[in-house]
Design a protein around this ligand. Structure first.
Ligand code: NAD
Ligand code: MG
Length: 384
C-alpha cells in the first residue's frame, strides 16, 4: 500500500464533518487527517484534534479573547478566513474536503486549488456564488473537483460509463423534503420544527430547511451546471421519496445509469476521499433480500417556487445565482429565528432578485459586493 492521503477538513464539527471523520477513522490505513477547521467553537474541534493527532487547527470566526490553551501542545492555531486560507496553503495535503456551511470557504478553496490540492466538495454555496471563478481556477491548475453532494457524486460516478458527447441529460433526484405531501394551503403556517423534520436525511439546519423549500435542489441544479459543464436545459429534477437512487445520467441512446446506496453521506464522502480506489463501506449497503420500493414522481407545478427561482437565476447568469443564494440564506435564518413565515422565504428571494441588478462579474470582489448588497436589502424586507 502507498502513502496515506492527507486530508484537510473544513467544517469538521458539522454533519458532513462527523460522517467524514467516521470514514477517515475506518480507513486510517489509507487516509490521514492533517488539518481541521470549524466556525467559532474551539472545544469540539480540540477534541477532534486530540483524537486524530491533528497539528493544524483553525476557526473561521474565532470569538474575541479566545483562549487557544485547550488545544493539545504543539498545535498551530489559525484565526479567521485569512488564517484558514494560510492553513490550506501551508499544510502539506492531498485533499481538502470542503464541508463548511455558507460561503466562508471560497477563499480557502481557491487557495487550495492554487496549491494543487484535490478538492472534495460538499459545499454547494461557493459554486453558486462563484462557480465560474472556482471551476476556471481548477481547470487552469489541472485540479480535480470531486463532488461529495450525494446527487453530484452519483452523477460523477455514472459519467464514467460513457463519452461526454453521448450525454443527453442529468436527472437529479429529490426527496421532496418535509412537506412533499402537505396541502399547499397549509404551508403558510408550518413551523421551523416541522421543516427541520426531514423524512430521509439527517443534516445541518440550513440545508434541511432548503430541502423543505427545494431551494436546495435549486442550488444543486446550479452546482451541476458548474461541476459538469452542461446547459441548464440538460438538468432535470425528479421526485424520489426514498432517496436511494441518488441521481441518474441519461445518454443519447436512451440508456439511463443510476447510483444507489442508503441515504447516508458516508458513501459519497468515502467515494470522493478514496477515488479512484474502492474499499469496504462504513455501514452496510442496500439489502435486496428485503422487499424495497423505489418510486419516482414528476414535480408538482407551483409547489416549489424556490426551485423555479433558482432556475431563473441560473438562466439569467452573471451574479443572479449569487443574489438567489444570499437572499435565501438571509430568509432561512429569519425563518429559523421565527421572524418570518415559510412562504416568505421565496417572497424575499423574488424581491431580492427583482431589486438587485444582476451583471456579468469582472472579479470575485464584484460578486462578493453583490452578495453583501443582497444580504443588506433582503434583511430590510423583514425588519421593516
Ligand atoms: P452543519 O451546519 O452541520 O455544519 C457546518 C460546519 O461548517 C460546521 O463545522 C460549522 O462550524 C461550520 N460553519 C457553519 N456556519 C459557518 C459559517 N458561516 N462560516 C464558516 N463555517 C461555518 O452543515 P452540514 O449539513 O454539515 O453541511 C455542510 C456543507 O455541506 C453545506 O455547504 C451543505 O450544503 C453541504 N451538504 C451537506 C449535506 C448533508 O447531508 N449534511 C449533503 C450535501 C451537501
Ligand atoms: Mg444533495
Amino acid at each position: 500500500m502507498g502513502a496515506r492521503k492527507k486530508i484537510i477538513l473544513l467544517g469538521a464539527t458539522g454533519s458532513i464533518g462527523a460522517s467524514a471523520l467516521r470514514v477517515i477513522e475506518r480507513h486510517s490505513d489509507r487516509l490521514e487527517l492533517v488539518g481541521v477547521v470549524a466556525k467559532s467553537r474551539l472545544a469540539p474541534l480540540a477534541e477532534i484534534a486530540r483524537k486524530f493527532s491533528v497539528r493544524d487547527v483553525g476557526l473561521y470566526e474565532p470569538p474575541a479573547g479566545l483562549d487557544s490553551g485547550v488545544l493539545p501542545a504543539a498545535t498551530h492555531f489559525y484565526r479567521g478566513i485569512d488564517g484558514v486560507t494560510d492553513l490550506v496553503s501551508s499544510v502539506p495535503a492531498d485533499i481538502v474536503l470542503v464541508a463548511s456551511a455558507g460561503t466562508a470557504a471560497l477563499r480557502p478553496t481557491l487557495a487550495a486549488i492554487e496549491r494543487g490540492h484535490t478538492i472534495a466538495l460538499a459545499n454547494k454555496e461557493i459554486l453558486v456564488l462563484a462557480g465560474r471563478f472556482v471551476t476556471d481556477a481548477a481547470r487552469r491548475r489541472g485540479v480535480r473537483l470531486i463532488p461529495v453532494d450525494s446527487e453530484h457524486n452519483a452523477i460523477f460516478q455514472c459519467l464514467d460509463a460513457g463519452a461526454r458527447s453521448g450525454l443527453r441529460r442529468l436527472l437529479l433526484t429529490a426527496s421532496g423534503g418535509a412537506f412533499r405531501d402537505t396541502p399547499l394551503e397549509a404551508l403558510r403556517d408550518v413551523t421551523p420544527d416541522q421543516a427541520l423534520d426531514h423524512p430521509n436525511w439527517s443534516m445541518g439546519p440550513k440545508i434541511t430547511i432548503d430541502s423543505a423549500t427545494m431551494a436546495n435542489k435549486g442550488l444543486e441544479v446550479i452546482e451541476a451546471r458548474w461541476l459538469f459543464d452542461v446547459n441548464p436545459g440538460q438538468i432535470d429534477v425528479v421526485i424520489h421519496p426514498q432517496s436511494v437512487v441518488h441521481s441518474m445520467v441519461e445518454y443519447v441512446d436512451g440508456s439511463i445509469l443510476a447510483q444507489l446506496s442508503p441515504p447516508l453521506m458516508t458513501f459519497a464522502i468515502q467515494h470522493a476521499l478514496l477515488h479512484p480506489d474502492r474499499a469496504d463501506g462504513v455501514v452496510p449497503t442496500l439489502d435486496f433480500s428485503q422487499m424495497m420500493r423505489l418510486d419516482f414522481f414528476p414535480l408538482e407545478p407551483g409547489r416549489y417556487p424556490c426551485l423555479d427561482l433558482a432556475r431563473e437565476a441560473l438562466c439569467a447568469g452573471g451574479t443572479a445565482p449569487a443574489i438567489f443564494n444570499a437572499a435565501n440564506e438571509v430568509a432561512v435564518e429569519a425563518f429559523l429565528g421565527g421572524r418570518i413565515g415559510f412562504l416568505e422565504i421565496p417572497a424575499i428571494i423574488r424581491k431580492s432578485m427583482d431589486s438587485v441588478t444582476s451583471r456579468e462579474p469582472g472579479s470575485l470582489e464584484e460578486v462578493l459586493g453583490v452578495e453583501s448588497e443582497t444580504r443588506r436589502l433582503a434583511t430590510q424586507y423583514f425588519s421593516s
